[in-house]
Design a protein around this ligand. Structure first.
Ligand code: NAP
Ligand code: MN
Length: 263
């Protein structure tokens, strides 16, 4: 099997990386950075987000597995101490593929259209830190006028990240859905938003209409883009998915408990 490894820059991650590379190569597997069949991310969830964006053009033909060198990772199943086990399982191809939904972001600007995929979430804010004013539409119909710091649209697997800090719900990644969560909305007699997070199924689309003269900050996971002249943005569950190689059972709710309640 062709593999590649993306690792964080600390000593432990780098050591784990060279050990796994050497052992996989001993078993006749080849490192292939161009067309890997499996991408091993060593580090934290942030490392996996980086690996996802580096290889998002190969989503249909590749899969990911994470080794966490820091705290428990939501996208990482293995401890570095379990490297030998992971190497054996890759060698024997003893895994099943699982798929997680992504959010597709289509931005219409004066200069045309741009498309992005997010694994955790995408947010829209103002660059200058002033309040964002947008019209929000669901399913092609006007829904509300939002004013506040911004909006966050997350995937189910991203629901435990920024979305959780904003008070959004945790969603099991088997639900093909996206979640809209408000970031400090202003609510008074003039501005009124729903207040609760909204979860949309895969056949619904969310549209937002910002003020074209403003400069906006669009984030896609850990990436930031400053954009002028946005006329609208469309969000929906992406047709593409991310595939993970699952080598053992580690249910989502166990991860949630171990990360946030107690291990
Ligand atoms: P970071 O500042 O290291 O990330 C913040 C924390 O979120 C880290 O502890 C990270 O874990 C964790 N995390 C990432 N994805 C997660 C997930 N799906 N479920 C649970 N925790 C998750 O920055 P980063 O590593 O580049 O990650 C970017 C992400 O940071 C964004 O996608 C966003 O979700 C999150 N973020 C959160 C806030 C907030 O909560 N107020 C604000 C901005 C961004 P690792 O340490 O393992 O990387
Ligand atoms: Mn991080």
């Amino acid at each position: 099997m062709r593999f590649t490894i993306i690792s964080k820059n600390d000593e432990k991650s780098k050591q784990t990386r060279s050990y796994i590379t050497q052992e996989l190569e001993k078993r006749g597997m080849k490192e292939d950075k161009i067309k890997p069949e499996i991408i091993i991310s060593i580090g934290g969830d942030g490392t996996l987000l980086g690996a996802f964006h580096m290889y998002q053009h190969l989503l249909s033909e590749t899969m990911f597995v994470g080794v966490h060198t820091g705290n428990l990772g939501f996208y990482a199943d293995f401890h570095p101490e379990e490297s030998d086990l992971l190497i054996d399982l890759i060698d024997r191809k003893e895994f099943v593929k699982t798929e997680f939904p992504l959010v597709h972001v289509k931005v219409h600007t004066d200069n045309g259209e741009e498309n992005h995929l997010a694994l955790n979430e995408t947010t829209l804010k103002m660059v200058q830190g002033s309040t964002l004013a947008i019209d929000v539409g669901i399913g092609g119909k006007h829904f509300e006028k939002f004013r506040g710091d911004g909006i966050c649209i997350s995937t189910p697997s991203g629901s435990t990240a920024y979305n959780k800090s904003l008070g959004g719900a945790l969603i099991h990644p088997s639900f093909q859905s996206i979640q809209l969560t408000e970031i400090a909305s202003i609510n008074n007699r003039v501005f009124r938003t729903i207040g609760s997070s909204i979860i949309l199924p895969s056949h619904h689309t969310l549209n937002v209409y910002p003020n074209k003269n403003d400069t906006h900050l669009l984030t896609i996971d850990h990436l930031h883009f400053q954009l002028n002249g946005i006329s609208s943005i469309e969000y929906k569950v992406a047709e593409e998915t991310i595939k993970f190689a699952r080598f053992r059972h580690f249910p989502f709710w166990h991860r949630v408990r171990e990360s946030f309640i107690s291990s």
